[in-house]
Design a protein around this ligand. Structure first.
Ligand code: C5P
Length: 216
């Protein structure tokens, strides 16, 4: 049996997380945040002090990696060797390290299997950067979300509770991540040729979902 797979790709802050949660709720299926998997790899690289720029060290690390996910409706937790590491994945340090380490082929191929295994078990909304281009080229429907950089930075700023947050720093970090994601040779961030493009700059998340549902 093949399941219905909806992919949502796009840069940081384009609204993927909020929209994919709402869409999964509407479709009564799970949502998979693949960015959390890349963040989990970065977290373990950091925790284990891995010299990830060294091929042999990275290969050895990846072969010992034991990641799994617990999907709870639109929510998701990531386990590493059975331990829930979800609360540690969204720090600025792990965010920037995930962007850098996700460019490494060994990291990407290690995560390919986990993502495809989930898709063989149920209907799902997958959000990420290469869902429609690499991981699920035969997805049922593919979306690519875009939004102006200033709008995306403002959204991220509004989500962060830290009173010391700095909008221009958030915007600069976001631009750095976008560049790294777009320019890498492995699975760069780009729309699949058959993806439906939606600009969310001037839309609310429910309006984006409404637009998506017209294509489903
Ligand atoms: O989506 P999120 O911002 O949590 O992703 C963190 C990082 O993981 C991104 O900056 C990107 O470099 C990487 N990523 C990726 N491919 C995906 C999802 C995320 O390379 N499918």
């Amino acid at each position: 049996m093949t399941y219905r797979i909806i992919t949502i790709d796009g840069p940081a802050g384009s609204g993927k997380t909020t929209v994919s949660k709402l869409l999964a709720r509407q479709l009564h299926c799970v949502r998979v945040d693949t960015g959390a998997l890349y963040r989990a790899v970065a977290f373990e690289i950091h925790r284990q002090h891995i010299c990830w720029e060294n091929d042999a060290a990275l290969d050895a690390f990846v072969s010992g990696l034991d990641l799994s996910v617990v999907l709870e409706n639109e929510g998701m937790r990531v386990l590493s060797s059975g331990n829930d590491i979800t609360p540690f994945l969204r720090t600025p340090e792990i965010t920037m390290l995930a962007s850098a380490t996700s460019a490494r082929p060994a990291v990407r191929s290690a995560l390919l299997d986990i993502q495809r295994r989930i898709a063989r078990q149920q209907d799902a909304v997958f959000e990420g950067r290469d869902m429609g281009t690499v991981v699920f080229p035969d997805a049922t429907v593919k979306f690519f979300l875009v939004a102006d950089l200033a709008v995306r930075a403002r959204r991220r700023f509004d989500e962060i509770p830290d009173p010391a947050k700095d909008l221009s720093r958030i915007q600069a970090d976001m631009a750095t991540r976008d560049n790294q994601d777009i320019r890498r040779t492995q699975a760069p961030l780009k729309p699949a040729s058959d993806a439906i493009l939606i600009d969310s700059s001037r839309l609310t998340a429910p309006q984006v979902v409404e637009e998506m549902l017209k294509h489903l």
